[in-house]
Write a protein that binds this ligand. Sequence first.
Ligand code: IMP
Ligand code: MG
Length: 178
Amino acid sequence: MEKLIKEILVEEKSIEEKVKELGAKITEDYQGKNLLLVGILKGAFIFMSDLARNINMQVGIDFMAVSSYGRTSSSTGEVRIIKDLDFSVENKDVLIVEDIIDTGYTLAYLTDNLRKRGANSVKVCALLDKPERRKVDVAVDYLGFAIPDEFVVGYGLDYAEIGRNLPYVAALKEEVYK
Ligand code: IMP
Ligand code: MG
């Protein structure tokens, strides 16, 4: 694995501190609301589980899976639901928990889709953001880290299923994905 990695961009300790901070902020902001966390599989599975444990109130937990890059590293703009939610979002305050925002297509689609299903509110919490890559505007309400335009793995994120279980976020060597 180390042979594939160029450099660590976000250390384990920094992630831990940031997730605590985000959890505290979300707990404060959602007092008296009907919070439903919607994790986007598979990339957000580690972030989701750490974040949920740092939110100090009753929350609902659900997951969706959408089509992603597969084995290539460029987005098409086409989003497809592969696994839908188990529960209705009606009257829920939905917080989408995503690993990374790249072009923004995935989140633009998901926020629109969940709003149309009658959610009370739909907000976004993303661990990482690559602002240079944005193609469509999406409001990110809670953000961990803005990172440069690099393909990253770790803390749930993968390249062709490689690297998901690394405890930090690291940039891949360009020769791996180009
Ligand atoms: P978007 O629709 O272009 O914003 O793409 C977002 C999705 O692409 C994320 O949920 C990730 O699954 C994937 N993605 C984008 N950049 C990276 C990366 O650097 N590493 C791993 N996955 C990425
Ligand atoms: Mg993803």
